[in-house]
Design a protein. Structure first.
Length: 243
């Protein structure tokens, strides 16, 4: 365990694609859904490590708009474990000042799970020490299309002029306008793609793809990713800091 590592590069927002749960379970001769159950245990561990390094904004890709193509039994287990996570951790998250956010269209989520999510958001809505954003029934393209429709509606109503529309005002139409751009996007399990995740917010993120499967993604694995991020030269399209 690396207790000596110090994060010195600015890092406000990490986004996680929590991949490899099913493969992790299969390697152990377990049903896929038990990989998702173990995956929920990593969320709170990762949250605590990020608090240690004063990283205030965390986004987790819990369920995509494409995940409805999975077997219903697996979907039901995913929702069970999400409910269990909030029931088990909400007291702690609230006590440390975490605000729970949910990005995505909850209208298709089963009622019990939706209520648990809404209750978690309502209970923590006045917290501001850190932010835990759960992306549920979320898709990056869907988010952008949804924003475009809302912009068109406001324009038709005379609430927005074309001159008012810029990158700053566009953000107001995203699922979570208060979240800053992603600084570091981590995907576990060795896959190297975004899979329709936070396409707008990841515009200048640094990507780290680790072979570690999410159920095994513990403190040391996260610190390895932070170390890699710290070595990156973030130029944002410019030439500053080039050696």
């Amino acid at each position: 365990m690396d207790q000596a590592f110090k994060l010195t590069k600015k890092l406000d927002h990490i986004a996680f694609i929590m991949d490899g749960n099913g493969r992790w379970a299969k390697m152990r001769g377990l049903p896929r859904y038990l990989g998702h159950k173990e995956a929920c245990n990593r969320i709170i561990e990762v949250f605590n490590v990020c608090r240690e390094f004063h990283i205030r904004y965390l986004s987790f890709y819990a369920f995509s708009t494409e995940n409805w193509n999975r077997p219903q039994e697996e979907i039901d287990h995913l929702m069970d474990y999400l409910e269990l996570f909030f029931q088990r951790e909400i007291d702690y998250l609230d006590s440390v000042g975490a605000r729970i956010l949910v990005s995505g269209d909850l209208s298709r989520i089963r009622e019990k799970t939706r209520k648990v999510c809404l209750n978690a958001m309502e209970r923590t809505e006045h917290n501001s020490s850190c932010y835990l954003n759960v992306c549920l029934n979320y898709g990056g393209r869907d988010e952008i299309v949804r924003a475009a429709k809302k912009i068109a509606t406001d324009y038709q109503k005379g609430l927005l002029s074309l001159n008012d529309l810029n990158e700053t005002s566009f953000r107001r139409y995203l699922w979570q306008p208060l979240l800053p751009d992603v600084d570091l996007m981590i995907r576990t399990s060795g896959e190297e793609r975004l899979s329709n995740f936070m396409l707008y917010e990841n515009a200048y993120a640094e990507f780290v793809f680790t072979p570690v499967k999410w159920p095994d993604f513990k403190r040391d694995a996260l610190i390895d990713c932070l170390k890699e991020y710290q070595e990156r030269n973030r130029r944002f399209g410019g030439l500053q800091n080039e050696s």
